[in-house]
Design a protein around this ligand. Structure first.
Ligand code: FAD
Length: 347
């Protein structure tokens, strides 16, 4: 039991919410700080004209024990639904072919209310205090742990779990008063992580504009096309009202990197051109929404050994930079941090 411990969790993506949930029976007093107005992070379901669509992660898998237990057993399951359709592949030349039968046999889970529902349910069941719109700015060492400086408050904790992406985590450590030797090892470990950028472009249109197809989404198998993933969001149960359609095109890393700072109209025009060419049909969206992820998916992970240098100072880390860019893996990293949080600070 961790009675008397006060744990701050920084970041309300799936790893932070899973860490809070993992601490629910620990006896610790837990506060989760999220910079944005809502929980979710890269579980990023957006809504326009009554249509939901995912600009970040596409669906949930339950391939690991902690994710399976949380999603399929312990959390409320109302609204949890399998997309129930296949993912097919395409190559650099735009040739479309059936996908991997084993992968396609597995459920692809979504919540009818959007993927961020997973974070909301983990947080609600955790009993933690949730502070949204509270970016943490600095961590100050104290005799018993850490003062967490958020945008309009300072509060004392024995332990801090940092679950923000690696570069932001390194920034927090640099702005903290962590002992210099430990800080050097930790920031070197975090700096080792590198992410792939993705620009995600959602196109809203009339359903009648699209013919029938045998797949829900297409993935670029040879990673040489301008589009890496193209999904028909109206196949997700509960996402899009009848008569409407939403296509999400997630653009490949080189394409995205080149256009990260271009105006939205240029990005939209380029993405529509590529989607038209891939699908072999005219697409004339009524609206376009663009989300620019500079840190979408980790390609190189942070070094777990270097991060361990912070533990004797009451500081630990979770997030997909430790595990790989998958929701269920990020969830597991949060559970791991909760299972063995550093027990307060030593000077
Ligand atoms: C375009 C895209 C497609 C993807 N597709 C898939 C997929 O199909 N399947 C899959 O499994 N995964 C997919 N992923 C990956 C998956 O979304 C991530 O691995 C996972 O959501 C990461 O969770 P996290 O908690 O580690 O980080 P995040 O979700 O990034 O959470 C970090 C949180 O910290 C907050 N934060 C940052 N700085 C501060 C601060 N100073 N103070 C307080 N809060 C702060 C952020 O606002 C954010 O909410 C995709 C991701 C992207 C971007």
């Amino acid at each position: 039991m961790m009675a008397g411990m006060r744990v701050a969790i920084i970041g309300g993506g799936v790893s932070g919410c899973a860490a809070a949930w993992g601490l629910r029976t620990s006896g610790a007093e837990v506060v989760l700080f999220e910079a944005a107005a809502a929980l979710g992070g890269r579980l990023a379901t957006r809504v326009r004209d009554g249509c939901r669509f995912d600009q970040g992660a596409q669906y949930l898998k339950t391939d690991t024990p902690g994710a399976a237990r949380a999603i399929l057993e312990d959390l409320p399951r109302d609204g949890l639904a399998d997309i129930g359709r296949e993912v097919w592949t395409f190559d650099a030349a735009g040739i479309i072919a059936p996908g991997d039968p084993a992968q396609n046999a597995q459920p692809k889970w979504v919540y009818r209310s959007g993927l961020q529902t997973l974070c909301e349910r983990l947080a609600a069941a955790s009993g933690a205090r949730i502070e949204t719109a509270s970016p943490v700015q600095a961590l100050r060492r104290t005799a018993t742990g850490w003062d967490v400086v958020a945008h309009d408050s300072v509060a004392a904790f024995t332990t801090v779990i940092i679950t923000v992406p690696a570069a932001a985590a390194a920034g927090l450590v640099r702005r903290s008063s962590l002992h210099a030797g430990a800080a050097g090892a930790v920031t070197a470990a975090l700096d080792a992580a590198a992410y792939r950028p993705i620009i995600s472009v959602a196109l809203g249109l009339a359903a009648a504009a699209l013919p029938e197809r045998p797949y829900y989404a297409l993935v670029n198998a040879d990673r040489r096309h301008a589009i890496s993933w193209l999904a028909f969001e109206h196949d997700k149960p509960g996402y899009v009202p009848a008569g409407r359609a939403v296509i999400v095109a997630q653009m490949a890393a080189p394409w995205s990197a080149e256009r990260m700072n271009l105006p939205g109209a240029d990005v939209a025009a380029g993405a529509v051109r590529e989607a038209r060419r891939l699908l072999g049909q005219d697409i004339a969206p009524d609206w376009v929404e663009i989300e620019r992820w500079r840190e979408a998916l980790p390609e190189t992970l942070s070094g777990a050994t270097g991060l361990a240098a912070a533990e004797s100072h009451g500081l630990c880390f979770a997030g997909d930079h430790l595990t790989g860019g998958r929701v269920h893996l990020a969830l597991e990293s949060g559970l791991r941090a909760a299972a063995a949080p550093p027990l307060g600070a030593s000077r």
